[in-house]
Design a protein around this ligand. Structure first.
Ligand SMILES: *Cc1c(COP(=O)(O)O)cnc(C)c1O
Length: 230
């Protein structure tokens, strides 16, 4: 299958899941996760109409940004503080902020380039120890602390579900993130928006759309399986 036809299929399935849930499909942005894939694949997806790309490695994001700066580049993977400098002038949205120390580094670097960096707070809903993300119970306090930083804007929350738990299992996890975002939204923390919910990947994006995702991050469903051995 070509990248172009894969994009069409994924978009159709997003639209169908949205209608099924009584949502407007236009509320849901598809992010093409191009990590490990060559620039030629990114260009093919861009030509097919994709504007939003996700990368999990800062250097890879920076390299691909230099080829296609007109696209929106999303940093979706774990971000080490010493790597923030590679992407601060390039990232449209950082999905994976889960600590005050990381936020402090982003604040410092964003201030230096006179930018307000849009971010999401990554929450570990499932509680798996291997997963990044802040605990749900600590999310409000992290939002409050980051809200005081002048060069960061919180736009919402992000989570990753668990492999192999099926539609209902995913729906439960994604619904918990939605509930958490609604609870934080009610607090009306100045400068904190809960507009965006980044959740859903190739194997669970339909459950995410049903639960209220505004951004889904699809990699292999668009570009094919990744080969980490090359
Ligand atoms: C790799 C990755 C994705 C995309 O995964 P697929 O299963 O290939 O769709 C989405 N989100 C994050 C955080 C990722 O690291």
């Amino acid at each position: 299958m070509s990248i172009k036809s894969n994009i069409k299929t994924v978009q159709q399935r997003i639209n169908a899941a949205a209608k099924e849930a009584g949502r407007n499909p236009e509320e849901i942005k598809l992010i093409a996760v191009s990590k490990t894939k060559p620039v030629s694949d990114v260009l093919e997806a861009f030509d097919a109409g994709m504007c939003d790309f996700g990368e999990n490695r800062p250097q890879e994001l920076a390299e691909k940004y230099s080829v296609l700066p007109q696209a929106r580049w999303h940093l979706i993977g774990q971000l080490q503080r010493n790597k923030v400098k590679y992407i601060i002038d390039k990232a449209f949205l950082i999905h994976s902020v889960d600590s005050i120390r990381l936020a402090e580094e982003i604040e410092k670097r964003a201030g230096a380039v006179d930018k307000i960096q849009n971010i999401l707070i990554q929450v570990n809903i499932s509680g798996e120890e291997s997963k990044s993300g802040i605990k749900p119970a600590e999310t409000e306090e992290l939002c409050r602390q980051i809200s005081l930083m002048k060069h960061i804007h919180i736009c919402g929350l992000m989570t990753i579900s668990v492999n192999g738990i099926g539609y209902d299992g995913n729906l439960k996890i994604f619904s918990e993130l939605k509930r958490l975002s609604q609870n934080i939204d009610k607090l009306k923390i100045p400068g904190v928006s809960m507009k965006e919910l980044s959740m859903g990947m190739t194997h669970d994006y339909e459950a995410a759309v049903a639960a209220g995702a505004t951004m889904v991050r699809v990699g292999s469903g668009i570009f094919g399986a990744r080969n980490y051995n090359v």
